[in-house]
Design a protein around this ligand. Structure first.
Ligand code: GDP
Ligand code: MG
Length: 202
């Protein structure tokens, strides 16, 4: 049987700046109040190797991210740091490894209908300067590629969230063992998903 859509899962990481800026509660609140369910959570200090694997689980990530970066420079009428996408990504990856291992991070799995897309919507676009108002990155960060590239560091955008269901599955396997993920029911799931609402009126 096909898995019900309410079982979709996504991986969220509160990056070191999220913890240092004491935004853990604020961030979790925004995901929790949608009706999504927290099925796994842990605090870890990661290794550079684990972070590199995380970002390169998708074999196209290096090329795509490099191309995206070149395009965003050209759109602003600026000359990209290199014409070679892989060279650009190598620098981004080095900066990401330093950033993501600089302190504790919180890794979570959230489950529910359209988990991946709902979480991306609430998280906001990658570059805080252009993330929509009302999203976490839009509301709590003032960073940009311009400043972070100039200072040779990763852009501080508080959160990682899986970009697709396939990416989520790979990332969940990368960060969690099966027995760290808990299958349980939230009482509120009845009003969110159940077809039959008999029993509410007394
Ligand atoms: P996300 O899914 O919104 O986090 O973005 P991506 O998966 O595309 O990129 C992962 C990380 O790489 C981002 O959080 C940034 O730290 C970095 N990154 C992505 N695109 C760019 C870019 O165009 N320029 C720079 N400097 N860093 C980038
Ligand atoms: Mg991504």
């Amino acid at each position: 049987m096909e898995t019900h859509l309410k079982k979709e899962r996504t991986l969220i990481i509160i990056k070191p700046d999220g913890i240092q800026r004491t935004l853990i509660g604020e961030i979790i609140k925004r995901y929790e109040r949608t009706g999504l369910k927290l099925v796994a959570v842990k605090t870890v200090v990661s290794s550079e190797d684990h972070i590199e694997k995380h970002y390169t689980l998708d074999p196209n990530w290096r090329r795509v991210t490099g191309e995206k970066t070149i395009a965003s420079y050209e759109k602003k009428g600026l000359k990209p740091p290199s014409e070679d996408p892989l060279e650009i990504t190598a620098v981004i990856l080095e900066n990401l490894k330093k950033y993501m291992t600089s302190g504790p991070i919180i890794v979570m799995i959230w489950e529910g209908a359209h988990a991946v897309k709902i979480v991306r919507k609430i998280t906001g676009g990658t570059e805080p300067l252009t993330s929509d108002v009302g999203t976490i990155r839009g509301d709590f960060v003032l960073d940009s590629y311009q400043i972070s590239d100039n200072d040779k560091r990763a852009v501080r955008n508080l959160i990682h969230a899986s970009g697709s269901v396939e990416e989520a599955e790979m990332e969940i396997n990368h960060w969690f063992k099966k027995d760290e993920i808990i299958d349980y029911r939230l009482v509120q799931e009845q009003i969110i998903y159940d077809v039959n609402l008999d029993g509410i009126l007394e």
